[in-house]
Design a protein around this ligand. Structure first.
Ligand SMILES: Cc1cc2nc3c(=O)[nH]c(=O)nc-3n(C[C@H](O)[C@H](O)[C@H](O)COP(=O)(O)OP(=O)(O)OC[C@H]3O[C@@H](n4cnc5c(N)ncnc54)[C@H](O)[C@@H]3O)c2cc1C
Length: 603
C-alpha cells in the first residue's frame, strides 16, 4: 500500500484498527518535526490554516507547525463565505470549481425585513458579483489541513498548546500537551500565531475581552432539513436561490444557510476523498474532469446530504417574557422557538419548509452563544500575532468571521515573512513596527468598524422604511467601482476593505445615521427620525452615484435599476452580471453559469 493508493487511509485504518483519528491525520505530515520551527500556529481552525498556507506560499523554505487541540476536524458554526474567502482560496489554494465538489455554491445575500403582524415583507439583496461557498466546517478544516500538509506544513491533531509569555521581550514559549512523541513538551519558534479562536489561548494572557459600546448580541441556532414536498407557498420571493438568507426583525435577524453536509462520512473515507481531489488538482487535471460529488461519494463511501443551518442573532437589550416554558426545554430551544413563533412569517416558513434535525451534531440540538461582540486588548507583541476570533469577533451578520478574518490571516502572514526575512540585527525593530501596525489594524480599525456596521444594520431593521434605504446605501458605500472590485485574488487592498466597512465614506455616513437613530435606541423608532434618516440616505445615494457614475447596480440588485432607484415592478437582476446560479434540472442543486455540468450529479 502506498500513499498514492486511492483508498490509502481506509486501508490503513482497516489494517491498523488501533490508529486513532489524530494518528491517522498526523500520519499525513510530510516534513521533519523540529523543536525549533520557524513558526508555530496554535489552532487549526480555518484562519490558522489559511495563515500557514499563505505564509508557506510566500516563504516556502519556512518550517511551520500547527497544533490543534481536537483529535480531528469537527463541525463548528460559521458556514457562509464571501468573495474575500473564495478569492483567497483561488489565489492561494486552487480554482473555485474544484471546491464545488465538496461545498455548496453561494451567490450573494438576501434580506427580508418582516413585521410582527406577519403582513409586510420588504426584501433587499445583492448577488451576481462573486461566487463563494457554504461550508461544512468539518470538511473545510479537513480539506485545508490536508492541503497544508501537502505543501509541507506539519499539522498535529490532539495536541494542546499553552504559552509562557512571562518574558515580554522574547517570543512566547510554546508548551505542548499530549504531543505524540514522548518527552516533547516545549517548542521554540521565531514567530507564534495565536489562532485558537474563542479560547484566546495567548491573547487572554494579555487581558480580558473588551466589550464594545452599547448592546451586545446573543445567538440561538439549530440544524434542519427541507421537508419532502414542503409547502411552496410559504417560501418567500427567490427563497430557493443559493444566497445566504437573512430574516430581519427589530430585535435582530436570522440566518438560513443551506449546505452540503458530510457529517455521516467516516474520517478515513473523507481523507481519501480529499486526497483524491488534491492529487488531481496538483497534477493539473481540470476541475470539470473530476467526477461529480455523487460519484465521489460512492467511490469513497462518503454519504452526503443537504441541510440548513438556521439561527437568530439578537440584541441583548430587549426583554423576554418571564416564562418561556411553553417554547421548549432548555434555554437554546426556548429562545429559538420564541422568535420563530413571535413572527408569523417566520413561523409559517419554518413549519412549511423545514424539519428539525435533533442532535445532528452530537448530544445537543440547540446551540447558544452569548455576548458575541468583543475584542482582545492586545493582539500582537514580541514575536507573536493573534488572528481570527482570538483577536476579536463582532457578529455573524454578512459573515465577517471568516471573510474579514481572512484579512488578519493574510496581514499577519505578510508581516511574519517581513520579520523572518530580516537579518537578526534588524528583526527586532521590524517586529516592533509590525506588531504596532497590526495592533492598530485589528484593534482600532477592523473591529470598531465592523461593530459600527452592525449597529447600522440592526438599526435599519427597526422600520421597513429605514431598511429600504439603508441597505442599498450600504452596498454603494461598501463598493466603489463595482465592476473592477472583484479580481481573482485576495490582495492587501482587500485587507483594508473589510467586507465594505474599510471606506471612510461608510464610517462618515453610518456615524450620521446612528446619531439620528441611536439616541432612541429601542426596538421602535419615531416618524421624525425615520424621515431624517431617509433624507440623509437620499443625499448619500446621490453623492455616490455622482462619484461612481459607471456602476450598473441593476445587474447586481433585483429591485433597483442601475441608478439605484427602487423600481416596484423589477424582480430580477438585469443581464450582464459577472455570474449567476443555475439550478440543475436533474438533482435540483445549484451550479454557476460557467459550468457545463452539475458538479453534484454530473447532469
Ligand atoms: C453564531 C455564529 C454564527 C457564525 N456564522 C458565520 C458565518 O456564517 N460565516 C462566517 O464567516 N463566520 C461565521 N461565524 C464566525 C466563525 O465561526 C469564526 O469567525 C471562525 O470560525 C473563526 O475562525 P478561527 O480560525 O479564528 O477559529 P476557530 O475556527 O474556532 O478555530 C480555533 C482552533 O483552535 C483550536 N484550539 C483552541 N484552543 C487550542 C489550544 N489550546 N491548543 C491548540 N489548539 C487550540 C481549536 O481546536 C480550533 O481548531 C459565526 C460565529 C457565530 C458565533
Amino acid at each position: 500500500m502506498t500513499i498514492d493508493d486511492l483508498h490509502y487511509f481506509t486501508q490503513l485504518r482497516a489494517t491498523h484498527p488501533e490508529l486513532t483519528d489524530s494518528m491517522l491525520l498526523n500520519s499525513n505530515n510530510l516534513s521533519r518535526f523540529s523543536t525549533e520551527p520557524d513558526v508555530v500556529v496554535a489552532g487549526a481552525g480555518i484562519l490558522g490554516l489559511c495563515y500557514a498556507i499563505h505564509l508557506k506560499n510566500i516563504s516556502p523554505h519556512l518550517n511551520i507547525a500547527i497544533y490543534k487541540k481536537n483529535r480531528a476536524p469537527v463541525q463548528k458554526i460559521g458556514e457562509s463565505t464571501l468573495s474575500s474567502f473564495s478569492r483567497f482560496t483561488t489565489g492561494a489554494v486552487m480554482p473555485q470549481d474544484y471546491f464545488f465538489r465538496l461545498f455548496g455554491l453561494k451567490d450573494g445575500l438576501q434580506f427580508y425585513c418582516i413585521d410582527r403582524e406577519g403582513v409586510e415583507v420588504t426584501s433587499e439583496d445583492i448577488g451576481g458579483l462573486d461566487l463563494s461557498f457554504q461550508l461544512d466546517r468539518r470538511m473545510s478544516e479537513l480539506f485545508f489541513t490536508m492541503w497544508a500538509q501537502r505543501i509541507g506544513i506539519n499539522v498535529y491533531h490532539g495536541v494542546e498548546v499553552d504559552f509562557d509569555s512571562t518574558h515580554h521581550f522574547n517570543t512566547p514559549q510554546v508548551k505542548l500537551k499530549n504531543f505524540p512523541k514522548p518527552g516533547v513538551t516545549d517548542v521554540d519558534a521565531k514567530i507564534v500565531c495565536d489562532a485558537s479562536g474563542f479560547s484566546r489561548k495567548l491573547t487572554s494572557k494579555f487581558g480580558n475581552k473588551e466589550l464594545l459600546d452599547g448592546w451586545n448580541c446573543d445567538a440561538y441556532w439549530a440544524y434542519f432539513k427541507e421537508k419532502e414536498g414542503g409547502k411552496a407557498e410559504t417560501r418567500l420571493d427567490h427563497w430557493d436561490y443559493p444566497a445566504t438568507k437573512h430574516m430581519c426583525f427589530p430585535e435582530g435577524w436570522g440566518w438560513f444557510i443551506k449546505l452540503i453536509s458530510w457529517h455521516h462520512a467516516p474520517l478515513a473515507n473523507l481523507m481519501d476523498l480529499v486526497a483524491y481531489i488534491i492529487n488531481k488538482a496538483k497534477s493539473g487535471v481540470p476541475a470539470n474532469a473530476i467526477p461529480p460529488t455523487k460519484i465521489l461519494s460512492e467511490m469513497f463511501n462518503c454519504p452526503f446530504e443537504s441541510i440548513t443551518s438556521i439561527g437568530w442573532a439578537v440584541r441583548n437589550d430587549h426583554e423576554f417574557p418571564d416564562n418561556l416554558e411553553e417554547y421548549g426545554g432548555g434555554e437554546g430551544e426556548r429562545k429559538f422557538n420564541y422568535f420563530k413563533v413571535l413572527y408569523p412569517t417566520l413561523n409559517k416558513l419554518m413549519n412549511g419548509v423545514y424539519e428539525l434535525l435533533p442532535k445532528y451534531y452530537g448530544n445537543q440540538t440547540y446551540f447558544v452563544r452569548k455576548s458575541m461582540t468583543y475584542r482582545s486588548p492586545v493582539v500582537a507583541g514580541e514575536g507573536w500575532f493573534a488572528i481570527g476570533n482570538s483577536a476579536g469577533f463582532t457578529n455573524p451578520l454578512i459573515s465577517p468571521g471568516i471573510n474579514a478574518g481572512i484579512g488578519t490571516s493574510v496581514l499577519a502572514a505578510n508581516m511574519s515573512k517581513e520579520i523572518l526575512d530580516q537579518p537578526p540585527e534588524h528583526s527586532h525593530v521590524v517586529m516592533k513596527k509590525c506588531a504596532a501596525s497590526y495592533q492598530t489594524y485589528s484593534h482600532e480599525f477592523m473591529i470598531p468598524r465592523l461593530h459600527q456596521m452592525n449597529r447600522y444594520w440592526y438599526n435599519s431593521f427597526r422600520d421597513h422604511r429605514l431598511f429600504e434605504v439603508m441597505v442599498p446605501c450600504f452596498w454603494t458605500l461598501g463598493v466603489d467601482d463595482v465592476d473592477s472590485q472583484y479580481v481573482n485574488e485576495f490582495t492587501e487592498e482587500d485587507v483594508y476593505w473589510v467586507i465594505g466597512v474599510g471606506h471612510d465614506d461608510f464610517v462618515d455616513f453610518s456615524g450620521k445615521i446612528l446619531d439620528i437613530l441611536e439616541p432612541s435606541d429601542g426596538m421602535t423608532v419615531n416618524e421624525e427620525k425615520v424621515e431624517q434618516a431617509r433624507a440623509l440616505a437620499k443625499q448619500c445615494m446621490d453623492y455616490r452615484k455622482e462619484r461612481f457614475p459607471g456602476n450598473e447596480w441593476g445587474k447586481y440588485l433585483r429591485r433597483h435599476d442601475c441608478k439605484l432607484q427602487l423600481v416596484p415592478e423589477k424582480h430580477e437582476r438585469m443581464p450582464g452580471g459577472r455570474c449567476f446560479g443555475v439550478r440543475c434540472k436533474s438533482c435540483k442543486v445549484w451550479r454557476h453559469n460557467n459550468m457545463n455540468a452539475c458538479p453534484v450529479c454530473g447532469a
